[in-house]
Design a binder for this molecule. Structure first.
Ligand SMILES: [Zn+2]
Length: 294
């Protein structure tokens, strides 16, 4: 190889992700051989990201666009991609990567997609990144895609993927042990953000403040929810950082539970800076709240 063809910074793959946890995993797998930026901030609702003019420029220059899929971004991404006029990231292009690939989605309706009453989870629950086991599937998808788009570094991507998987396996074992004493704890959530998280770590979700994903509750819904929660003995109300605390606190007070704000994206809390600390932080918050109840 001529010295002029050696890998250099300007040759790095330009990766844009819709949300920060995809960027965090891309960083683990891509290392120094990619540049990555997330459109959404960690404190935003991934269904309703505020589009900024700078997004068009980022998308225009991207070699790779990583999206969740399962309609997570259907409310905001399509017009941005259209305006970016970049054929590398159009649907079906090699640079367009969907993180749902290989993921077993929860809550997929047997009757097909039904968006009635504004349900934003019509294609199944898209918050699968909150199960670390899915993190490994996403990392593999990214390593394969980066290797295909930058074959010169494919071996590096494979090595970095292996390191990420080893570290995640170790952490997952520790996290599972940490949560073992709390298996079966009943929780209420605001949005259906924590289905994968709860399934992985043994929490039992008994209901949501939202009557349907994306729909705010009526006083009647809250009233019947409180009756049900009292009967169930619910201990925690889990809520996303992008929601108002008002209703969760009202409900928690009524049933003697605690409100816990759990980021659903990397960057949703100051300490949730990467894919690992997202779980460290969330599990720490859950355990601290549960210990406080004893
Ligand atoms: Zn959602």
């Amino acid at each position: 190889m001529s010295p002029l063809l050696l890998p250099s910074a300007y040759a790095a793959l330009n990766v844009v992700t819709t949300t920060p946890e995809f960027a965090a995993i891309a960083r683990e797998v891509g290392g120094d051989f990619i540049k990555v930026v997330s459109l959404a901030r960690g404190t935003e609702d991934p269904h309703f990201v505020d589009p900024k003019p700078s997004f068009i420029r980022l998308l225009n220059q991207a070699d790779v666009l990583v999206e969740g899929g399962a309609e997570l971004e259907v409310g905001w991404l399509p017009p941005l991609v259209e305006n970016a006029r970049n054929k590398r990231i159009l649907a079906g292009a090699p640079g367009r990567i969907e993180m749902t690939r290989g993921i077993r989605l929860l809550e997929v309706s047997a009757g097909g997609i039904d968006r009635s009453q504004g349900d934003v989870h019509a294609a199944g629950n898209p918050h699968f990144a909150l199960d670390p086991a899915n993190g490994k599937i996403m990392a593999a998808t990214l390593a394969e895609a980066f290797g295909r788009l930058d074959p010169g570094h494919a071996v590096k991507f494979t090595e970095q993927l292996a390191r990420f998987n080893e570290r995640l396996d170790r952490k997952l074992a520790a996290w599972t042990a940490l949560m073992e004493p709390w298996r079966g704890t009943k929780v209420l959530t605001y949005h259906k953000s924590y289905e994968y998280f709860a399934a992985r770590f043994g929490l039992e979700i008994v209901g949501q403040i939202e009557p349907k994903p994306g729909i705010e509750p009526s006083p009647t819904h809250i009233g019947s929810l409180i009756t049900m929660l009292k009967a169930q003995g619910v201990k925690l109300v889990l809520m996303e950082p992008n929601r108002s605390r008002k209703t969760p606190e009202f409900v928690a007070n009524a049933i003697g539970a605690r409100v816990v704000v759990l980021p659903i994206l990397v960057g949703g809390a100051e300490k949730a800076t990467d894919y690992f600390t997202l779980f460290e932080f969330n599990l720490g918050e859950v355990v601290a709240a549960l210990k406080g109840l004893r």
